[in-house]
Design a protein around this ligand. Sequence first.
Ligand code: PSV
Ligand code: MN
Ligand code: MN
Length: 388
Amino acid sequence: MTDFSDIAPRLAEQAIELPSWAFGNSGTRFKVFAQPGVPRDPFEKISDAAQVHRLTGLAPKVALHIPWDKVDDFGALARHAADEGVALGTVNSNTFQDDDYKLGSVTHRDDRIRQKAIDHHFECIDVMNETGSRDLKIWLADGTNYPGQDDVRGRQDRLADSLQKIYDRLGDDQRLVLEYKFFEPAFYHTDVPDWGTSYAQVSALGPKAMVCLDTGHHAPGTNIEFIVMQLLRLGKLGSFDFNSRFYADDDLIVGAADPFQLFRILVEVIRGGGYGAGSDVAFMLDQCHNVEDKIPGQIRSVLNVQEMTARALLVDRGALDAAQTAGDVLGAHGILMDAFYTDVRPALAEWRESRGLPADPMRAYAESGYGAGIAASRVGGEQAGWGA
Ligand code: PSV
Ligand code: MN
Ligand code: MN
């Protein structure tokens, strides 16, 4: 069994991006629950996100969503982030909250609407140029509800054409990551429903286009770690959106529904070279709090990712390979499970303290008074996109 001290240095390589929209009010299609102290503008969202990094050392970047996080001066937002000890990360586009996009955005038959969607992505790239962000993340709500509603082949061709125009605008050090999702808001077909479609589209674009894998965007029973393995093998895994799902796109705390699945995913990430220094894979959370407090909800998630990363790093690769080569089915399985069942929490608490971080970030946040402070000082917080 690998020892914790062997893997401790590698834990310092972990960096997880937080979604700005996790800090505003959110809910379901039935109700948005307002919480006291939610941010009134993008600057306050960054300040809240920075608390997560301050207490865990795990979350040095914040992803933006345009236009939700539109400000007059993105340079000032980037400087504010730096003052708070974090940086601005991935820029997410939004082509799903405009009447024009009812029947599609970059796949729309109408040239005007398609161009409008493309122009929105150009605007996002302009933002990236100001913030220094590397990645443009595209998630599309495009799809149809009824067989025959539109010609799915034509939509796929228009998607390729629009993506090419967006891709051609990217700077040398910028990337496009295309997120897939099997359904919702469209229910018959979705234009980018699966990793294969995303892979086919980004492969046609070139090396700066990659796939984004949101862990909540698969049918029940999907072997997500297999997809992780395949995309890493193909050199096309650009980023993760981590969250948990029980049923559909639940966007719950990472590792809450199925910690073992999170472990299996991270085992493949590490096996495929997708973890740590030298890897280009962006680890993001895509989690939208509903009933839980926002900042501790994010703290819980990044700690869960760290915990499963530590367990995945503990897998004794040499012993596993030997057992696999020998055809020792139960031995190999046992080696993996030994790592999964290792309680790394005490060792992680010590590791944190050795780096000047609180042993228990959840408790440290509760005792910090930050939550009470923002509840008292902020009135009239804005909603996070959803339901806004
Ligand atoms: C919608 O499904 C979604 O949750 C996607 O996962 C995006 O990443 C996110 O919204 C933000 O646009
Ligand atoms: Mn997502
Ligand atoms: Mn989603």
